[in-house]
Design a binder for this molecule. Structure first.
Ligand code: FAQ
Length: 310
């Protein structure tokens, strides 16, 4: 049966068609998808914190309403993604335990602090911008529930990206002090946003297999390139600069050359030693404990409904 399953799986992948939850799949495929989708879900949930931190300090009622809606969207993305991960067989509780115990990874970017209002602009423009560049190809991921979740997530992310750009545009056209605040936020988020695409290709143990399985469609470096090409144009509209004097397009190589990124810092951040890792996890544990009564109430209600039916 396993041989027939494998043959059918290979055929679906070769046709660039979709694997669905009840289909046979190799254990490695299940494992890497559970890993990637759950890391992605955790990123959305932890990623609510840097911006939630600014909701009470948004400069106007309108800005507050927009930011609150964005943070809620991130919670929604986390929930779709946990559901997609669950279809692969690992229960939500277990995924959550992996996050709370510090065993699971989530995106490096959310371990950097959001210091000023301009950071809300830089997060929207650069962080959501990088998220879109990475996630649009994932809409074609071979695993059905993941690809379908990505379609809606990407639509919402493009709105998030534009709202961030608009915050920066307004600051960049404001007073000299506001413009400086916007530039400072871009300076701090530039390098960490390029690191969101993951380690350089030569140092990316999962890429090859994930590409063979049509989960990833481009390598980490290819996507990073595309992103740099996008922001290099957009930053001109803002009237700001990217903090990268080495940035240029190499005509012969046909690619963007950017400064060497600090991969030691990246490794430190993904192994728990970034500027905000401890704070982010402590806050998430606290929120989980504070939500215990909601889970208990929901479970008690569900039990009562089953009793009524029986
Ligand atoms: N941070 O072999 P690879 C968002 C890990 S967007 C932390 O290249 P892979 C929206 C990697 O997991 C952010 N860890 O791995 C939002 C692996 O570790 P493992 C979330 C990283 O999987 C915006 C090891 O390094 N987006 O949340 C990072 O083939 C604003 C080796 O790397 C996604 O998750 C990193 N940056 O490629 C929310 C997208 N990079 O598991 C709020 C889906 C690598 O072997 C506000 N994920 N690692 O121990 C992906 O596309 C891929 O998983 C990559 C990594 C590209 C991130």
């Amino acid at each position: 049966e396993e041989r027939a399953g494998q043959a059918r799986f290979d055929e679906i992948i070769a046709k660039d068609s979709r694997i669905e939850p009840r289909d046979w799949m190799p254990e490695g495929y299940r494992k890497t998808l559970t890993r990637q989708i759950s890391q992605h879900a955790h990123s959305e949930i932890i990623g609510m914190q840097p911006e939630a931190n600014w909701i009470t300090r948004a400069p106007s009622l309108k800005r507050k309403a927009i930011l609150m809606a964005k943070v809620q969207d991130e919670a929604g993305h986390g929930l779709y993604l946990y559901s997609a991960a669950e279809t692969l067989g690992t229960p939500r509780d277990e995924l959550n335990d992996q996050l709370l115990s510090g065993r699971a990874k989530y995106s490096s970017i959310f371990n950097y602090p959001a210091r000023t209002w301009a950071d809300m602009g830089a997060i929207g423009w650069l962080v959501d911008g990088a998220a879109i560049a990475n996630q649009v190809p994932l809409c074609r991921a071979s695993y059905g529930p993941y690809g379908r979740a990505m379609v809606r997530v990407c639509k919402e992310e493009s709105f998030h990206q534009r709202q961030g750009f608009e915050i920066l545009l307004e600051l960049a056209n404001g007073t000299a002090e506001q413009k400086q605040m916007a530039q400072d936020a871009v300076n701090r988020f530039y390098e960490p946003s390029l690191m969101m695409f993951g380690p350089p290709d030569g140092d990316s143990p999962n890429s090859q297999q994930s590409m063979a399985w049509n989960i990833k469609r481009f390598t980490n470096d290819d996507l990073r390139q595309r992103f740099v090409g996008m922001i290099v144009e957009q930053v001109k509209v803002l009237g700001l600069t990217l903090p990268d004097p080495e940035l240029r397009f190499d005509e012969t190589a046909g690619q963007w050359i950017h400064k060497e990124l600090n991969w030691d810092e990246f490794k430190a951040v993904i192994s728990g030693h970034g500027p905000c890792n401890a704070q982010r996890l402590a806050r998430r544990r606290e929120a989980h404990e504070n939500g215990a009564w909601v889970r208990e109430a929901a479970a008690a209600y569900a039990a009562r409904q089953t009793e009524k039916v029986a």
